[in-house]
Write a protein that binds this ligand. Structure first.
Ligand code: NAP
Length: 555
Protein backbone atom coordinates (compact mmCIF):
# COMPACT_ATOMS: atom_id res chain seq x y z
CA UNK A 1 0.00 0.00 0.00
CA UNK A 2 1.27 3.45 -0.80
CA UNK A 3 2.19 5.58 2.20
CA UNK A 4 2.38 9.09 0.80
CA UNK A 5 2.96 11.77 3.40
CA UNK A 6 0.33 14.48 3.65
CA UNK A 7 2.81 16.89 2.04
CA UNK A 8 3.37 14.61 -0.94
CA UNK A 9 -0.37 14.08 -1.28
CA UNK A 10 -1.01 17.83 -1.52
CA UNK A 11 1.98 18.38 -3.81
CA UNK A 12 0.63 15.71 -6.17
CA UNK A 13 -2.74 17.47 -6.24
CA UNK A 14 -1.22 19.81 -8.83
CA UNK A 15 -0.17 18.17 -12.13
CA UNK A 16 3.59 18.14 -12.65
CA UNK A 17 3.80 20.67 -15.53
CA UNK A 18 1.64 23.20 -13.69
CA UNK A 19 3.53 22.58 -10.43
CA UNK A 20 6.89 23.42 -12.01
CA UNK A 21 5.46 26.64 -13.44
CA UNK A 22 3.86 27.59 -10.10
CA UNK A 23 6.97 26.81 -8.07
CA UNK A 24 8.96 29.14 -10.31
CA UNK A 25 6.29 31.85 -10.18
CA UNK A 26 5.88 31.69 -6.38
CA UNK A 27 9.68 31.67 -5.86
CA UNK A 28 9.78 35.10 -7.50
CA UNK A 29 7.25 36.56 -5.04
CA UNK A 30 8.82 39.54 -3.30
CA UNK A 31 6.70 39.07 -0.20
CA UNK A 32 4.66 36.38 1.48
CA UNK A 33 0.99 36.07 0.55
CA UNK A 34 -1.55 34.81 3.07
CA UNK A 35 -4.44 32.58 2.06
CA UNK A 36 -7.34 32.14 4.47
CA UNK A 37 -9.73 29.31 3.64
CA UNK A 38 -13.21 29.03 5.15
CA UNK A 39 -14.96 25.70 4.79
CA UNK A 40 -17.88 23.77 6.28
CA UNK A 41 -18.88 20.17 6.73
CA UNK A 42 -21.92 18.82 4.89
CA UNK A 43 -23.19 20.81 1.94
CA UNK A 44 -20.74 21.47 -0.92
CA UNK A 45 -18.29 19.00 0.64
CA UNK A 46 -16.54 18.22 -2.67
CA UNK A 47 -16.05 21.94 -3.42
CA UNK A 48 -14.72 22.50 0.12
CA UNK A 49 -12.34 19.56 -0.18
CA UNK A 50 -11.07 20.70 -3.57
CA UNK A 51 -10.43 24.20 -2.24
CA UNK A 52 -8.59 22.95 0.83
CA UNK A 53 -6.46 20.64 -1.31
CA UNK A 54 -5.46 23.31 -3.81
CA UNK A 55 -4.62 25.85 -1.07
CA UNK A 56 -2.66 23.27 0.92
CA UNK A 57 -0.80 22.31 -2.25
CA UNK A 58 0.19 25.96 -2.85
CA UNK A 59 1.36 26.17 0.75
CA UNK A 60 3.39 22.97 0.42
CA UNK A 61 5.15 24.00 -2.79
CA UNK A 62 6.06 27.51 -1.66
CA UNK A 63 7.31 29.09 1.54
CA UNK A 64 6.01 32.40 0.16
CA UNK A 65 2.42 31.23 0.71
CA UNK A 66 1.10 31.11 4.23
CA UNK A 67 -2.12 29.20 4.82
CA UNK A 68 -4.73 29.67 7.56
CA UNK A 69 -7.78 27.40 7.75
CA UNK A 70 -11.02 28.21 9.54
CA UNK A 71 -14.52 26.83 9.90
CA UNK A 72 -17.08 29.17 8.38
CA UNK A 73 -18.92 29.53 11.71
CA UNK A 74 -15.74 30.37 13.64
CA UNK A 75 -15.24 33.76 15.28
CA UNK A 76 -12.86 34.62 12.44
CA UNK A 77 -15.47 33.65 9.85
CA UNK A 78 -17.89 36.11 11.46
CA UNK A 79 -15.25 38.84 11.64
CA UNK A 80 -14.43 38.42 7.98
CA UNK A 81 -18.10 38.43 6.93
CA UNK A 82 -17.94 35.05 5.19
CA UNK A 83 -21.23 34.36 3.41
CA UNK A 84 -20.49 31.20 1.40
CA UNK A 85 -18.40 28.06 1.58
CA UNK A 86 -15.83 27.49 0.47
CA UNK A 87 -14.40 31.01 0.56
CA UNK A 88 -10.76 31.90 -0.04
CA UNK A 89 -9.35 35.26 1.06
CA UNK A 90 -6.08 36.59 -0.34
CA UNK A 91 -3.86 38.57 2.08
CA UNK A 92 -7.00 39.66 3.97
CA UNK A 93 -5.17 41.95 6.38
CA UNK A 94 -4.36 44.14 3.38
CA UNK A 95 -7.03 43.45 0.74
CA UNK A 96 -10.59 42.28 0.33
CA UNK A 97 -9.95 39.88 -2.55
CA UNK A 98 -12.02 36.74 -2.20
CA UNK A 99 -13.13 33.65 -4.07
CA UNK A 100 -16.62 32.40 -3.25
CA UNK A 101 -16.76 28.79 -4.43
CA UNK A 102 -14.06 26.37 -5.48
CA UNK A 103 -11.41 28.01 -7.69
CA UNK A 104 -11.25 25.22 -10.30
CA UNK A 105 -10.33 25.31 -14.00
CA UNK A 106 -10.12 28.86 -15.33
CA UNK A 107 -10.97 30.21 -11.87
CA UNK A 108 -7.82 28.48 -10.63
CA UNK A 109 -5.94 30.63 -13.11
CA UNK A 110 -7.61 33.72 -11.60
CA UNK A 111 -6.55 32.52 -8.13
CA UNK A 112 -2.90 32.25 -9.20
CA UNK A 113 -3.05 35.74 -10.72
CA UNK A 114 -4.63 37.08 -7.51
CA UNK A 115 -1.73 35.62 -5.47
CA UNK A 116 0.74 37.10 -7.93
CA UNK A 117 -0.86 40.53 -7.67
CA UNK A 118 -1.01 40.41 -3.87
CA UNK A 119 2.70 39.53 -3.82
CA UNK A 120 3.54 42.58 -5.92
CA UNK A 121 1.13 45.00 -4.27
CA UNK A 122 1.06 48.46 -5.83
CA UNK A 123 4.12 47.53 -7.96
CA UNK A 124 1.90 45.24 -10.05
CA UNK A 125 -0.59 47.97 -10.93
CA UNK A 126 -0.28 50.16 -14.02
CA UNK A 127 0.12 53.90 -13.57
CA UNK A 128 -3.06 54.52 -15.57
CA UNK A 129 -5.15 52.35 -13.21
CA UNK A 130 -3.69 54.09 -10.14
CA UNK A 131 -4.38 57.46 -11.71
CA UNK A 132 -8.00 56.60 -12.57
CA UNK A 133 -8.84 55.22 -9.13
CA UNK A 134 -7.04 57.87 -7.09
CA UNK A 135 -10.04 60.21 -6.76
CA UNK A 136 -12.43 57.42 -5.62
CA UNK A 137 -14.07 58.42 -2.34
CA UNK A 138 -16.89 55.90 -1.86
CA UNK A 139 -16.67 52.15 -1.24
CA UNK A 140 -17.02 49.74 -4.14
CA UNK A 141 -17.87 46.04 -3.98
CA UNK A 142 -17.18 44.32 -7.32
CA UNK A 143 -18.67 40.87 -7.83
CA UNK A 144 -17.39 38.92 -10.83
CA UNK A 145 -19.56 35.88 -11.58
CA UNK A 146 -17.39 33.29 -13.31
CA UNK A 147 -17.28 29.63 -14.27
CA UNK A 148 -14.43 27.10 -14.38
CA UNK A 149 -14.82 26.64 -18.14
CA UNK A 150 -14.89 30.34 -19.11
CA UNK A 151 -11.52 31.51 -20.44
CA UNK A 152 -12.65 35.16 -20.48
CA UNK A 153 -13.50 35.16 -16.76
CA UNK A 154 -9.99 35.39 -15.25
CA UNK A 155 -9.32 38.56 -17.25
CA UNK A 156 -12.33 40.32 -15.78
CA UNK A 157 -11.58 38.99 -12.26
CA UNK A 158 -8.03 40.32 -12.59
CA UNK A 159 -9.36 43.76 -13.52
CA UNK A 160 -11.27 43.70 -10.22
CA UNK A 161 -8.28 42.38 -8.23
CA UNK A 162 -6.05 45.10 -9.66
CA UNK A 163 -8.59 47.68 -8.53
CA UNK A 164 -8.67 46.16 -5.03
CA UNK A 165 -4.87 46.27 -4.83
CA UNK A 166 -4.73 49.83 -6.15
CA UNK A 167 -7.30 51.10 -3.59
CA UNK A 168 -7.52 48.55 -0.75
CA UNK A 169 -9.14 51.21 1.47
CA UNK A 170 -12.17 51.47 -0.83
CA UNK A 171 -12.45 48.51 -3.20
CA UNK A 172 -13.46 44.89 -2.57
CA UNK A 173 -13.18 42.30 -5.36
CA UNK A 174 -15.07 39.01 -5.18
CA UNK A 175 -14.84 36.22 -7.74
CA UNK A 176 -18.04 34.19 -7.42
CA UNK A 177 -18.13 30.73 -8.95
CA UNK A 178 -21.56 30.21 -10.48
CA UNK A 179 -21.12 26.45 -10.27
CA UNK A 180 -21.36 26.25 -6.48
CA UNK A 181 -23.21 29.53 -5.86
CA UNK A 182 -26.24 28.89 -8.06
CA UNK A 183 -28.64 30.81 -5.83
CA UNK A 184 -26.52 33.93 -5.91
CA UNK A 185 -26.12 33.64 -9.70
CA UNK A 186 -29.90 33.33 -9.96
CA UNK A 187 -30.49 36.29 -7.65
CA UNK A 188 -28.16 38.45 -9.81
CA UNK A 189 -29.78 37.16 -13.04
CA UNK A 190 -26.50 35.85 -14.42
CA UNK A 191 -27.04 34.37 -17.89
CA UNK A 192 -23.54 34.66 -19.29
CA UNK A 193 -20.11 34.89 -17.72
CA UNK A 194 -18.09 36.87 -16.86
CA UNK A 195 -20.92 38.91 -15.34
CA UNK A 196 -19.83 41.95 -13.35
CA UNK A 197 -21.88 43.67 -10.68
CA UNK A 198 -20.68 46.82 -8.92
CA UNK A 199 -22.41 47.91 -5.69
CA UNK A 200 -25.63 46.20 -6.83
CA UNK A 201 -26.00 49.26 -9.09
CA UNK A 202 -24.40 48.58 -12.47
CA UNK A 203 -23.84 45.33 -14.32
CA UNK A 204 -21.70 44.43 -17.33
CA UNK A 205 -21.35 41.24 -19.35
CA UNK A 206 -18.07 40.09 -20.85
CA UNK A 207 -14.41 40.85 -20.48
CA UNK A 208 -13.53 44.52 -20.62
CA UNK A 209 -10.30 46.40 -21.28
CA UNK A 210 -8.63 47.43 -18.01
CA UNK A 211 -8.99 51.18 -18.47
CA UNK A 212 -12.68 50.90 -19.35
CA UNK A 213 -13.28 48.70 -16.32
CA UNK A 214 -11.55 51.16 -13.97
CA UNK A 215 -13.45 54.16 -15.30
CA UNK A 216 -16.79 52.38 -14.87
CA UNK A 217 -15.79 51.42 -11.37
CA UNK A 218 -14.90 55.00 -10.53
CA UNK A 219 -18.00 56.60 -12.04
CA UNK A 220 -20.36 53.72 -11.28
CA UNK A 221 -21.95 54.01 -14.71
CA UNK A 222 -21.33 52.72 -18.24
CA UNK A 223 -18.26 54.14 -19.88
CA UNK A 224 -20.20 55.55 -22.81
CA UNK A 225 -21.69 58.10 -20.41
CA UNK A 226 -18.36 59.33 -19.08
CA UNK A 227 -15.65 58.63 -21.62
CA UNK A 228 -15.58 61.98 -23.39
CA UNK A 229 -15.37 63.83 -20.08
CA UNK A 230 -12.55 61.55 -18.92
CA UNK A 231 -10.60 61.90 -22.16
CA UNK A 232 -10.70 65.66 -21.92
CA UNK A 233 -9.58 65.54 -18.30
CA UNK A 234 -6.63 63.25 -18.97
CA UNK A 235 -3.59 65.44 -19.37
CA UNK A 236 -0.99 64.60 -21.98
CA UNK A 237 2.07 63.17 -20.25
CA UNK A 238 5.46 64.01 -21.66
CA UNK A 239 7.56 61.65 -19.56
CA UNK A 240 10.24 59.66 -21.42
CA UNK A 241 8.96 56.22 -22.39
CA UNK A 242 10.94 53.23 -21.10
CA UNK A 243 11.29 50.30 -23.52
CA UNK A 244 12.30 46.67 -23.13
CA UNK A 245 14.23 45.48 -26.20
CA UNK A 246 13.50 42.07 -27.73
CA UNK A 247 14.26 40.51 -31.10
CA UNK A 248 10.75 39.24 -31.77
CA UNK A 249 7.54 40.45 -30.15
CA UNK A 250 4.79 37.87 -30.55
CA UNK A 251 1.32 39.33 -30.20
CA UNK A 252 -1.18 36.63 -29.30
CA UNK A 253 -0.79 33.63 -27.00
CA UNK A 254 -2.77 31.00 -28.90
CA UNK A 255 -1.17 27.88 -30.41
CA UNK A 256 0.54 29.92 -33.19
CA UNK A 257 2.08 32.42 -30.77
CA UNK A 258 3.18 29.78 -28.25
CA UNK A 259 4.77 27.59 -30.88
CA UNK A 260 6.53 30.65 -32.36
CA UNK A 261 7.90 31.45 -28.87
CA UNK A 262 9.46 27.98 -28.61
CA UNK A 263 11.04 28.16 -32.08
CA UNK A 264 12.23 31.75 -31.73
CA UNK A 265 14.00 31.07 -28.45
CA UNK A 266 15.54 27.84 -29.74
CA UNK A 267 16.91 29.84 -32.70
CA UNK A 268 18.60 32.20 -30.27
CA UNK A 269 16.17 35.11 -30.60
CA UNK A 270 15.01 36.93 -27.50
CA UNK A 271 11.24 37.21 -27.50
CA UNK A 272 8.13 38.02 -25.53
CA UNK A 273 4.57 36.77 -25.99
CA UNK A 274 1.89 39.37 -25.26
CA UNK A 275 -1.62 38.00 -24.77
CA UNK A 276 -4.57 40.23 -23.94
CA UNK A 277 -6.49 37.46 -22.15
CA UNK A 278 -5.29 34.13 -20.80
CA UNK A 279 -3.25 31.92 -23.12
CA UNK A 280 -4.93 29.51 -25.52
CA UNK A 281 -7.00 31.53 -27.96
CA UNK A 282 -9.97 29.71 -29.51
CA UNK A 283 -8.67 26.30 -28.35
CA UNK A 284 -9.34 27.24 -24.74
CA UNK A 285 -13.01 27.54 -25.74
CA UNK A 286 -13.17 24.15 -27.44
CA UNK A 287 -14.76 21.50 -25.22
CA UNK A 288 -13.02 18.58 -26.92
CA UNK A 289 -10.14 18.32 -29.38
CA UNK A 290 -9.82 15.04 -31.25
CA UNK A 291 -7.66 15.95 -34.23
CA UNK A 292 -4.41 17.29 -32.78
CA UNK A 293 -1.83 14.58 -33.48
CA UNK A 294 -0.57 12.90 -30.34
CA UNK A 295 -3.86 13.39 -28.47
CA UNK A 296 -6.78 11.18 -29.39
CA UNK A 297 -9.16 13.13 -27.16
CA UNK A 298 -8.31 16.07 -24.95
CA UNK A 299 -10.23 19.01 -23.51
CA UNK A 300 -9.28 22.33 -25.09
CA UNK A 301 -8.15 23.91 -21.81
CA UNK A 302 -5.98 20.88 -20.96
CA UNK A 303 -4.20 21.13 -24.30
CA UNK A 304 -3.69 24.83 -23.64
CA UNK A 305 -2.10 24.02 -20.26
CA UNK A 306 0.34 21.66 -21.94
CA UNK A 307 1.19 24.09 -24.76
CA UNK A 308 1.51 26.93 -22.24
CA UNK A 309 3.85 25.11 -19.89
CA UNK A 310 6.00 24.00 -22.84
CA UNK A 311 6.23 27.56 -24.20
CA UNK A 312 7.04 28.95 -20.74
CA UNK A 313 10.08 26.66 -20.61
CA UNK A 314 11.51 28.95 -23.28
CA UNK A 315 9.94 32.34 -23.15
CA UNK A 316 8.15 34.86 -21.01
CA UNK A 317 4.41 35.05 -21.65
CA UNK A 318 2.67 38.21 -20.46
CA UNK A 319 -1.00 37.35 -19.98
CA UNK A 320 -3.69 40.02 -19.76
CA UNK A 321 -1.31 42.40 -21.54
CA UNK A 322 -3.31 44.03 -24.30
CA UNK A 323 -1.29 45.75 -27.01
CA UNK A 324 -2.70 49.25 -27.26
CA UNK A 325 -0.51 50.56 -30.05
CA UNK A 326 2.21 49.59 -32.51
CA UNK A 327 4.50 51.95 -34.40
CA UNK A 328 6.60 50.81 -37.34
CA UNK A 329 10.23 51.86 -37.60
CA UNK A 330 13.78 50.48 -37.50
CA UNK A 331 12.65 49.12 -34.13
CA UNK A 332 8.94 48.42 -33.96
CA UNK A 333 7.42 49.98 -30.83
CA UNK A 334 4.74 48.07 -28.97
CA UNK A 335 2.73 49.68 -26.19
CA UNK A 336 0.78 47.83 -23.49
CA UNK A 337 -0.76 49.27 -20.34
CA UNK A 338 2.11 48.11 -18.16
CA UNK A 339 5.17 48.08 -20.40
CA UNK A 340 6.56 49.16 -23.74
CA UNK A 341 8.68 47.02 -26.00
CA UNK A 342 10.98 47.67 -28.94
CA UNK A 343 11.43 44.79 -31.34
CA UNK A 344 13.34 44.03 -34.51
CA UNK A 345 10.26 42.18 -35.75
CA UNK A 346 6.67 41.47 -34.80
CA UNK A 347 4.66 38.30 -35.24
CA UNK A 348 0.93 38.89 -35.37
CA UNK A 349 -0.85 35.83 -34.00
CA UNK A 350 -3.88 37.86 -33.03
CA UNK A 351 -6.50 35.27 -33.94
CA UNK A 352 -10.15 35.91 -34.63
CA UNK A 353 -13.28 37.23 -32.96
CA UNK A 354 -16.76 35.74 -33.07
CA UNK A 355 -19.06 36.88 -35.87
CA UNK A 356 -22.47 38.20 -34.78
CA UNK A 357 -25.81 37.38 -36.38
CA UNK A 358 -26.97 40.99 -36.55
CA UNK A 359 -30.67 40.25 -35.89
CA UNK A 360 -33.15 41.99 -33.55
CA UNK A 361 -32.83 40.76 -29.96
CA UNK A 362 -29.18 39.67 -30.29
CA UNK A 363 -27.72 42.71 -28.50
CA UNK A 364 -30.60 43.10 -26.07
CA UNK A 365 -30.37 39.53 -24.78
CA UNK A 366 -26.57 39.19 -24.77
CA UNK A 367 -25.95 37.75 -21.32
CA UNK A 368 -29.63 36.91 -20.91
CA UNK A 369 -29.98 34.01 -23.31
CA UNK A 370 -27.70 34.98 -26.19
CA UNK A 371 -24.19 33.60 -25.96
CA UNK A 372 -21.14 33.10 -28.18
CA UNK A 373 -19.48 30.57 -25.88
CA UNK A 374 -21.23 27.28 -25.21
CA UNK A 375 -18.27 26.12 -23.10
CA UNK A 376 -18.62 29.17 -20.82
CA UNK A 377 -22.39 29.37 -20.49
CA UNK A 378 -23.78 25.91 -21.29
CA UNK A 379 -24.09 25.03 -17.59
CA UNK A 380 -26.73 27.73 -16.99
CA UNK A 381 -29.18 25.95 -19.27
CA UNK A 382 -28.98 22.40 -17.92
CA UNK A 383 -32.38 20.75 -18.31
CA UNK A 384 -33.50 23.52 -20.69
CA UNK A 385 -33.59 24.10 -24.44
CA UNK A 386 -30.92 25.58 -26.72
CA UNK A 387 -30.69 26.71 -30.33
CA UNK A 388 -27.28 26.69 -32.00
CA UNK A 389 -26.83 28.69 -35.19
CA UNK A 390 -24.16 27.52 -37.65
CA UNK A 391 -22.95 24.50 -39.55
CA UNK A 392 -19.20 24.46 -38.96
CA UNK A 393 -16.99 22.53 -36.56
CA UNK A 394 -17.73 24.96 -33.72
CA UNK A 395 -21.53 24.66 -34.02
CA UNK A 396 -21.44 20.87 -34.07
CA UNK A 397 -18.85 20.54 -31.28
CA UNK A 398 -20.92 22.92 -29.15
CA UNK A 399 -24.15 21.05 -29.95
CA UNK A 400 -22.58 17.81 -28.72
CA UNK A 401 -21.29 19.53 -25.57
CA UNK A 402 -24.77 20.93 -24.78
CA UNK A 403 -26.47 17.63 -25.49
CA UNK A 404 -24.11 15.96 -23.00
CA UNK A 405 -25.09 18.58 -20.39
CA UNK A 406 -28.69 17.38 -20.74
CA UNK A 407 -29.89 20.32 -22.84
CA UNK A 408 -32.48 19.77 -25.59
CA UNK A 409 -30.48 21.15 -28.51
CA UNK A 410 -31.52 22.24 -32.02
CA UNK A 411 -29.05 23.27 -34.71
CA UNK A 412 -30.34 25.89 -37.15
CA UNK A 413 -28.28 25.99 -40.34
CA UNK A 414 -28.71 28.21 -43.37
CA UNK A 415 -27.62 25.52 -45.86
CA UNK A 416 -28.63 21.96 -46.68
CA UNK A 417 -25.33 20.41 -45.60
CA UNK A 418 -22.80 21.03 -42.87
CA UNK A 419 -19.26 22.13 -43.55
CA UNK A 420 -18.15 20.48 -40.29
CA UNK A 421 -15.96 17.35 -40.35
CA UNK A 422 -17.78 14.10 -41.13
CA UNK A 423 -16.86 12.59 -37.76
CA UNK A 424 -18.71 15.44 -36.00
CA UNK A 425 -21.69 15.10 -38.34
CA UNK A 426 -21.84 11.38 -37.55
CA UNK A 427 -21.78 12.09 -33.79
CA UNK A 428 -24.57 14.68 -34.14
CA UNK A 429 -26.69 12.15 -36.03
CA UNK A 430 -25.91 9.39 -33.54
CA UNK A 431 -26.93 11.63 -30.63
CA UNK A 432 -30.23 12.46 -32.37
CA UNK A 433 -29.69 16.23 -32.16
CA UNK A 434 -32.48 18.15 -33.93
CA UNK A 435 -31.45 19.96 -37.11
CA UNK A 436 -33.41 22.62 -38.96
CA UNK A 437 -31.94 22.96 -42.48
CA UNK A 438 -32.07 25.84 -44.97
CA UNK A 439 -33.11 28.27 -42.28
CA UNK A 440 -32.01 31.48 -40.59
CA UNK A 441 -32.73 32.84 -37.11
CA UNK A 442 -34.15 36.28 -37.93
CA UNK A 443 -35.19 37.45 -34.45
CA UNK A 444 -34.53 36.52 -30.83
CA UNK A 445 -37.63 37.05 -28.71
CA UNK A 446 -38.39 37.43 -24.99
CA UNK A 447 -39.21 39.78 -22.13
CA UNK A 448 -36.23 39.86 -19.71
CA UNK A 449 -34.75 36.58 -20.95
CA UNK A 450 -34.79 34.76 -24.28
CA UNK A 451 -38.01 32.80 -24.71
CA UNK A 452 -37.99 31.89 -28.39
CA UNK A 453 -36.37 32.40 -31.79
CA UNK A 454 -38.02 33.31 -35.08
CA UNK A 455 -36.80 30.91 -37.75
CA UNK A 456 -37.39 31.55 -41.44
CA UNK A 457 -36.94 28.79 -43.99
CA UNK A 458 -35.62 29.39 -47.52
CA UNK A 459 -39.15 28.72 -48.83
CA UNK A 460 -40.44 31.62 -46.70
CA UNK A 461 -42.18 29.57 -43.98
CA UNK A 462 -41.75 30.96 -40.49
CA UNK A 463 -41.59 29.11 -37.15
CA UNK A 464 -41.33 30.40 -33.59
CA UNK A 465 -39.19 27.90 -31.69
CA UNK A 466 -39.26 27.97 -27.89
CA UNK A 467 -35.75 28.13 -26.44
CA UNK A 468 -33.95 29.35 -23.33
CA UNK A 469 -30.78 30.31 -25.13
CA UNK A 470 -29.40 30.99 -28.60
CA UNK A 471 -25.74 30.09 -29.09
CA UNK A 472 -24.28 31.83 -32.13
CA UNK A 473 -21.48 29.82 -33.80
CA UNK A 474 -21.29 31.27 -37.32
CA UNK A 475 -17.57 31.74 -37.67
CA UNK A 476 -15.19 34.53 -36.99
CA UNK A 477 -13.70 37.74 -38.25
CA UNK A 478 -9.94 38.29 -38.17
CA UNK A 479 -8.38 40.62 -35.56
CA UNK A 480 -6.43 42.81 -37.96
CA UNK A 481 -6.43 46.18 -36.20
CA UNK A 482 -2.69 46.01 -35.40
CA UNK A 483 -1.88 44.60 -38.86
CA UNK A 484 -3.65 47.56 -40.43
CA UNK A 485 -1.76 49.99 -38.19
CA UNK A 486 1.49 48.42 -39.39
CA UNK A 487 0.37 48.73 -43.01
CA UNK A 488 -0.01 45.00 -43.77
CA UNK A 489 -2.00 44.06 -46.83
CA UNK A 490 -5.22 42.12 -46.15
CA UNK A 491 -6.91 39.52 -48.33
CA UNK A 492 -10.35 40.21 -49.81
CA UNK A 493 -11.93 38.04 -47.06
CA UNK A 494 -10.35 40.24 -44.36
CA UNK A 495 -7.55 37.92 -43.18
CA UNK A 496 -3.87 38.97 -43.22
CA UNK A 497 -2.10 38.17 -46.49
CA UNK A 498 1.06 36.11 -45.93
CA UNK A 499 3.54 34.31 -48.19
CA UNK A 500 4.34 30.62 -47.60
CA UNK A 501 7.03 31.62 -45.07
CA UNK A 502 4.54 33.74 -43.05
CA UNK A 503 5.94 37.11 -44.14
CA UNK A 504 3.32 39.82 -44.50
CA UNK A 505 3.62 42.62 -47.07
CA UNK A 506 5.62 44.66 -44.51
CA UNK A 507 9.29 43.83 -43.84
CA UNK A 508 9.90 42.22 -40.40
CA UNK A 509 6.17 41.79 -39.73
CA UNK A 510 4.94 38.18 -39.78
CA UNK A 511 1.54 36.62 -39.22
CA UNK A 512 0.46 33.11 -38.22
CA UNK A 513 -2.58 31.16 -37.08
CA UNK A 514 -6.29 31.93 -37.50
CA UNK A 515 -5.66 35.60 -38.37
CA UNK A 516 -4.23 34.42 -41.70
CA UNK A 517 -7.43 32.49 -42.59
CA UNK A 518 -7.28 29.15 -44.39
CA UNK A 519 -8.17 25.89 -42.68
CA UNK A 520 -7.66 27.31 -39.19
CA UNK A 521 -6.71 24.18 -37.28
CA UNK A 522 -4.54 23.93 -34.15
CA UNK A 523 -1.98 21.91 -36.06
CA UNK A 524 -1.73 24.47 -38.87
CA UNK A 525 -1.50 27.34 -36.38
CA UNK A 526 1.39 25.71 -34.53
CA UNK A 527 3.12 24.94 -37.85
CA UNK A 528 2.71 28.52 -39.07
CA UNK A 529 3.98 29.88 -35.75
CA UNK A 530 7.11 27.75 -36.05
CA UNK A 531 7.66 28.79 -39.68
CA UNK A 532 7.19 32.48 -38.82
CA UNK A 533 9.81 32.31 -36.04
CA UNK A 534 12.32 30.60 -38.32
CA UNK A 535 11.68 33.15 -41.08
CA UNK A 536 12.21 35.97 -38.59
CA UNK A 537 15.50 34.36 -37.55
CA UNK A 538 16.61 34.18 -41.21
CA UNK A 539 15.58 37.77 -41.87
CA UNK A 540 17.29 39.15 -38.78
CA UNK A 541 20.51 37.29 -39.63
CA UNK A 542 20.43 38.62 -43.20
CA UNK A 543 19.72 42.15 -42.03
CA UNK A 544 22.49 41.93 -39.44
CA UNK A 545 24.86 40.87 -42.23
CA UNK A 546 23.79 43.97 -44.11
CA UNK A 547 24.80 46.05 -41.11
CA UNK A 548 28.16 44.31 -40.88
CA UNK A 549 28.68 45.14 -44.57
CA UNK A 550 27.91 48.71 -43.68
CA UNK A 551 25.65 48.82 -46.68
CA UNK A 552 22.44 49.37 -44.79
CA UNK A 553 21.65 50.82 -41.41
CA UNK A 554 18.62 48.89 -40.40
CA UNK A 555 18.51 49.16 -36.62
P1 NAP B 1 -16.81 28.18 -39.99
O1 NAP B 1 -16.16 26.90 -40.34
O2 NAP B 1 -16.46 29.40 -40.74
O3 NAP B 1 -18.37 27.91 -40.11
C1 NAP B 1 -19.29 28.94 -39.95
C2 NAP B 1 -20.68 28.41 -40.15
O4 NAP B 1 -21.59 29.46 -39.91
C3 NAP B 1 -20.92 27.90 -41.57
O5 NAP B 1 -21.70 26.75 -41.51
C4 NAP B 1 -21.69 29.06 -42.22
O6 NAP B 1 -22.63 28.61 -43.15
C5 NAP B 1 -22.43 29.63 -41.04
N1 NAP B 1 -22.66 31.08 -41.19
C6 NAP B 1 -21.75 32.06 -41.49
N2 NAP B 1 -22.33 33.26 -41.48
C7 NAP B 1 -23.63 33.06 -41.18
C8 NAP B 1 -24.74 33.91 -41.00
N3 NAP B 1 -24.63 35.24 -41.13
N4 NAP B 1 -25.94 33.37 -40.67
C9 NAP B 1 -26.05 32.02 -40.50
N5 NAP B 1 -25.03 31.16 -40.65
C10 NAP B 1 -23.84 31.67 -40.98
O7 NAP B 1 -16.61 28.55 -38.45
P2 NAP B 1 -16.33 27.64 -37.17
O8 NAP B 1 -17.24 26.48 -37.11
O9 NAP B 1 -16.31 28.56 -36.02
O10 NAP B 1 -14.87 27.12 -37.43
C11 NAP B 1 -13.79 28.06 -37.63
C12 NAP B 1 -12.48 27.31 -37.89
O11 NAP B 1 -12.07 26.68 -36.70
C13 NAP B 1 -12.65 26.23 -38.95
O12 NAP B 1 -11.49 26.19 -39.73
C14 NAP B 1 -12.82 24.99 -38.14
O13 NAP B 1 -12.40 23.84 -38.82
C15 NAP B 1 -11.95 25.29 -36.92
N6 NAP B 1 -12.45 24.53 -35.75
C16 NAP B 1 -11.98 23.27 -35.60
C17 NAP B 1 -12.45 22.48 -34.57
C18 NAP B 1 -11.92 21.10 -34.47
O14 NAP B 1 -11.17 20.70 -35.34
N7 NAP B 1 -12.28 20.32 -33.45
C19 NAP B 1 -13.40 22.97 -33.65
C20 NAP B 1 -13.87 24.26 -33.84
C21 NAP B 1 -13.40 25.02 -34.90
P3 NAP B 1 -22.21 28.03 -44.60
O15 NAP B 1 -21.65 26.68 -44.31
O16 NAP B 1 -23.48 28.01 -45.33
O17 NAP B 1 -21.19 28.99 -45.14
Amino acid sequence: MSTLSAEEKYRNFIPEESREYLEKLFAEFKRTVTIEVYTAEGEHREYNDFTLNICRAFNVISDKIELREYAVDSEMGKNRNIIATPTVLISPDEYDIRFLGAPAGEEGRALVEALNLASKGADGISESTKEILEPLEEDRLVKIFASPTCPYCPGQAINAFKAAVARPDKISAWNISTLDNENMAHEYKVGSVPHTDINDTVTFTGLEPEEKFMLQLLFLKPLEEVVEEQRAAKAETTEDTVYEDVDLAIIGGGPAGMSAGIYAKRSGLSCIILEKQGVGGQVALTPKVENYPGFTNIQGFELVEILGSHAREYTDIQQFAEVKDVKYGPRIEITTDEKNYRAKGVLLATGVNVRMLGVPGEDKFYGHGVSYCATCDGNFYKGGKAVIVGGGNTALTDALHLKHLGIETTIVHRGDKFRAEKVLQDSVNREGINIIWNSQVTEIIGEDQVESARIVNKDGTETILDTDVVFVAIGHTANTELAEKLGCELRPDGFIKVDPTQRTSVERVYAAGDVTGGVRQIITATGQGAAAALTAFDDFTRLFDDIKDNTKNIW
